[in-house]
Design a protein around this ligand. Sequence first.
Ligand SMILES: [Zn+2]
Length: 234
Amino acid sequence: MTALIDPDEPFTPAQRDGRPVPYITKWSGERELRVDLGLDLKRERIRYRDEDRGERDAQGRLWVRTVGGYGDGEPEWRKVSSYRQREAMEGPFCQVCTGPPSRTEKGILFLLPGRHKIGQLEGVETIHPPLCLPCARASVRHCTKGLRVHTAVRARKTLRWGVVGREYPPEDKEKVQLVPHRPVRLVNGEEARVPDGMTAPYYLASQLILVLRKVSVVNLDEEFARELETKPHR
Ligand SMILES: [Zn+2]
């Protein structure tokens, strides 16, 4: 698994229906690959047969493996690529253009689906990576990912909360002990959120969750107008 962000080759979003396809959007040619998933009997956890270092995070959690990449097939607007979502969250960088996220004295810019009151936002959890100001405005205008009703916020502090993913426990745990050399069937479990610090040996993570702290609600149009005043050439 290699990073798609190459400093020598800037990322340019593909255009579909007159709008940019965000970097984190999943494409129809990208598929989850679960055939390589098996059981590590010694450590009692799931693993990939030929696992590489980037496939487990600092918490020791295994991440979804996919084939294909950005631009393969057609965009599936409402779905995200696990790998690129995690990359944009950890960067952090703009989820659409991969540029630096908009940052002011109020913090980094995020769009949260739905309407929120300020009192509800302190410590809010989100799976949506940050944005730069032009991409945030364009996303709202194009109503991508159901953002017609949204709340634009800035957070002075962001922390990792944990991950969202799915459990893949062995079909029969007893059997695992009895026949350690036979392949073990893993069962598709429930989708669940797991906080950092909690061990989850049969868990396959698919998206990173951040917690936003010191949050302010902002008005994108006002902020954009202000930016135009200070940078009239843009
Ligand atoms: Zn952007």
